[in-house]
Design a protein around this ligand. Structure first.
Ligand code: ZN
Ligand code: ZN
Length: 229
């Protein structure tokens, strides 16, 4: 996995929205990176980092929706790491309730029991084409707006097979919803055409929800991708 025996990828489906949180790491380097720590991820991530004997270097966010960011401020403080998010989703980081439309102020506390304290000073901007090295792995960032304006995916081409962490852009058999505030069906289709369709068949896709799949399987069977070919 990921090009080396010592590299690992763990996937956990968590919280009321059943969002996938990922921990990718290298046991030789004893380093890891956490992607999308949403609801109920705090304790689980700490336990898995300890079990793998790795230190977290950074938190990467595919987008600003609450099901993917819920535990991030608390976890970033605890681990003392930077948080990478595309600046076009900064409005969601500042107030995740904006994803629900015109909800009254305080809805996160009253509806979900969440006290949101975003720590802006830990935020670092993701940019299209940016290359990060996380836990010894080369990570290519692609900006893929549509589901949200700042939606981004993470591509690791140096492993065998290559890996795409796709957030809510594409799922096994489906694609992201675009009916949330500031979503765009056209932009999402453009992102799918530009970023997902050119990838090799064997590229493994780890989405924000649901099981893993491959680009080849989705190209052949996903009706939303087939419509773009
Ligand atoms: Zn989402
Ligand atoms: Zn989601």
């Amino acid at each position: 996995m990921l090009g080396s025996q010592e590299r690992f990828l763990e996937m956990y489906e968590l919280g009321m929205w059943q969002a996938n949180c990922y921990i990718l790491g290298d046991r030789t380097l004893q380093r890891a990176v956490v992607v999308d720590p949403g609801q109920d991820a705090f304790q689980m991530v700490l336990e898995r980092l300890a079990a793998n004997d790795v230190t977290c270097e950074a938190i990467l966010l595919t987008h600003g929706h609450l099901d993917h960011v819920w535990s991030t401020p608390q976890l970033a403080e605890k681990l003392d790491v930077p948080v990478f998010l595309h600046p076009a989703d900064r409005w969601l980081w500042d107030d995740p309730a904006k994803a629900f439309g015109n909800f009254p102020p305080g809805v996160l506390e009253t509806q979900f029991g969440l006290t949101w304290h975003p720590t802006g000073d830990r935020l670092q901007d993701l940019r299209d084409g940016m290359r990060l090295t996380c836990a010894g792995m080369k990570v290519e960032v692609r900006h893929t707006p549509g589901h949200t304006p700042g939606s981004s995916v993470f591509l690791m081409r140096d492993g065998d097979p290559p890996v795409l962490l796709s957030g809510d852009l594409v799922f096994a058999g489906s694609v992201g919803r675009t009916d949330f505030p500031r979503g765009s069906f056209e932009e999402q289709n453009d992102s799918l055409r530009r970023v997902v369709l050119p990838l090799d068949d064997e590229t493994r896709v780890y989405s924000g929800h649901g099981p893993e799949t491959t680009v080849g399987v989705e190209r052949r069977t996903n009706p939303f991708l087939r419509a773009l070919i």
